[in-house]
Design a protein around this ligand. Structure first.
Ligand SMILES: [Zn+2]
Length: 335
């Protein structure tokens, strides 16, 4: 693998993070990418993976993690990189041990429910990872959250009492009333599924969180992960207005190992990055005037800026996610 972090990053870690982070971190949002699962068309949409030699296995996660977070014991919940051209059964075989490595199966609404269930059991996974690019296609309309899966798939996941990590669709994210209505519908209709809404409902800027995260307090099966959230304001708002024991740390690795910062501009956001890859909503800074750190470090800065008590930090960085995934794994696989 290419050099991922620089000498300047190492210095930042020592100056700002060493000794301030808990000893153990559970990363609840990691993309595990195996070459065997992915087609050439898939790599066209994820050119930045070239930096990781087009692969990010569980071993790669631990290797990069050791470089980026030296001295910290890492655990993870992994899942493939979503795509219709990704072999989802192969991606499910990522090598979980349900001690430090937990996993989810990518699902398309077109995958038959028996195959999904069989893969989950065979590879000892804790749930599902649907995505808008694997949802039901309805000509002429934008994908809705409920197009991500079929009722039969959801009933199976509910029967097995598993987790679902969900990246909500549509331009307006958590601000979109239809998204919130369908999120509430899912939480109510499938009370035994733990719904982890990724990126705090994609709230990369404040207007997507303020006055909205509260709507989900009443659903005990609704959780947030904070993957790629670089905004201290969004995190502070969420910690101030939502039960902290349902907020979990995630990184969205490998993308957060790249250098850059997500910044809020006029109720929108932008990834400013010195990396020569298209990261979606991103602007390339080739000026060389700014020294960047990895997105992951910007996330850590935002969290540490909250000055949470030690116990809350340990819960956020480890206990909440570990306890949730571990309780599923114990019930399913360690009887
Ligand atoms: Zn992700």
């Amino acid at each position: 693998m290419n050099e991922i972090i620089t000498a300047s990053d190492r210095q930042t870690f020592q100056e700002e993070f060493a000794g301030r982070l808990p000893k153990k971190i559970f990363d609840a949002h990691v993309h595990i990418i195996k070459k065997s699962s992915c087609s050439d068309t898939f790599y066209k949409t994820a050119a930045y993976l070239e930096k990781f030699n087009n692969e990010f296995t569980v071993n790669d996660f631990f290797a990069v993690g050791k470089e980026m977070l030296p001295g910290i014991e890492l655990s993870l919940c992994g899942f493939g990189m979503p795509g219709m051209d990704v072999n989802r059964t192969d991606a499910a075989d990522m090598g979980v041990d349900n001690k430090r490595v937990f996993g989810l199966r990518l699902i398309s609404a077109y995958d038959d429910v028996e195959t999904i269930e069989k893969d989950i059991i065979q590879y000892k996974l804790c749930g599902i990872k649907p995505y808008h690019n694997m949802a039901l296609k309805k000509p002429g309309s934008t994908v809705e959250l409920l197009d991500f899966f079929t009722p039969e798939q959801l009933e199976m996941v509910n029967r097995l009492k598993l987790a679902a990590v969900i990246h909500i669709p549509r331009k307006m994210r958590l601000e979109d009333p239809l998204n919130r209505k369908q999120m509430a519908y899912l939480c109510e209709t499938y009370p035994d599924i733990t719904f982890v809404f990724a990126h705090i409902g994609r709230a990369y800027y404040q207007r997507c969180a303020v006055g909205l995260v509260e709507e989900f307090i009443k659903y005990p099966n609704a959780y947030w992960d904070t993957a790629m959230i670089n905004s201290p304001e969004v995190l502070k708002y969420t910690f101030d207005h939502f039960p902290n024991d349902r907020i979990m740390f995630g990184t969205d690795m490998p993308i957060s190992a790249l250098h850059g910062k997500s910044i809020e501009i006029n109720n929108q956001y932008l990834y400013l990055t010195p990396e020569k890859f298209d990261l979606g909503t991103s602007l390339y800074d080739g000026s060389g005037q700014i020294i960047y750190v990895p997105f992951l470090y910007e996330q850590l800065r935002s969290v540490l800026a909250l000055n949470l008590p030690q116990k809350s930090l340990e819960d956020f960085f480890y206990n909440t996610a570990f306890n949730m995934f571990n309780s599923i794994a114990e019930r399913m696989y360690k009887k």
